[in-house]
Design a protein around this ligand. Sequence first.
Ligand code: PMP
Length: 406
Amino acid sequence: MSLDIKKIRTDFPILNQEIYGKPLVYFDNGATTQKPQVVIDEEVKIYSHENSNIHRGVHFLSEQLTQRFEDARKVVQKFINAKYDHEIIFTSGTTQSINTVAYSFGERFVNEEDEIIISTLEHHSNIVPWQLLCERKKAILKVIPINDAGELLIDEFEKLISPKTRIVAINQVSNALGTVNDVKGIINISHKHNIPVLIDGAQSIQHGKTDVQDMDCDFFAFSGHKLYGPTGIGVLYGKEKWLNKMPPFLSGGEMIKKVSFEKTTFNELPFKFEAGTPNFTSAIAMSKAIEYIQAIGLNEIADYEKELLNYATEKLQSIKGLKIIGTSKNKVSLISFILENIHHYDAGMVIDKMGIAVRTGHHCAEPVMQRFNIEGTLRASFSFYNTKEEIDKLYNAILTVKQMFG
Ligand code: PMP
């Protein structure tokens, strides 16, 4: 079934506007996605009629919203096919989700001279928390290298594994290059050595179906704002067997069972990891975003975005002096590129003046840039609400850039 893109676009009010007198072309979906009206309406509805702090009241509004918050958790559980709803922890986003594991798992399971494996492809938020853990524990960070296409070298990964490896943390999709990693393969290899795996799903969750049980990952992190939901909300999925063994990360209200000055005992899952007032409004609105994309169909989204990727790759490749960075066989709808003798910031500024939003820079993945010996790239990341006509506009804008600076 093909998607009715014209109709879909009317669901996103922000798309219907002009920037510098030109229709907005939004190609920065890797940084954040736009919100459908149902998500915006949900936030307005909650603040207009339902707002009340959850979990703490016996009054009507509090009980009602608590139920809606817990229903949202179940929506997420089904969406990623987690076994239990208490394996779904609401966080502020991928960054907090990864920090929770790096701190809490690290506290319990990582000791001096232990090893942690990440990859060259990681976003800073899946590098720095592990570096800090290594500093705290005097542990060692090992990095899976990539080839010139931007693909992980699995043979090298296997060589990095040792009896001291405590956890592997990699993304499913690289935000800088669009590479889709063979996470199932990596999890399979890791589990043969009894090593748990955290998957950073910030760039994969919005592009196709996610099944954490089938993948068999031990942890999975993602952000609501990259999934057509609100900012300030995200998810940490963790297998119950790990979460139960891990100490709390943040502490305060709601995560406790009993507090006295002598001793505090902790609440059960998932509340042990949800200290303080959670972002219940956005959790509920995020569940609406999930229902929205489920109604469109994750497979249909993946197919259409693939079509956009192929179309854009062919067009951009035909431009002389344009080099695509990241040419993996398996990619999401994201193209990173550089232009010969033209700085990406200069190009980005000209493209912006044509109403086209692309991202420029290192994309919070400096080690990827170092690997390719570049400072940064231009990045166009496409969503199911984008069109081939918009890609044509980007193509023409790049030709103009070349004329101006060439
Ligand atoms: N990991 C990846 C792969 C990302 O693309 C991003 C966001 N660019 C993050 C982690 C961090 O997500 P957030 O800023 O929403 O916490």
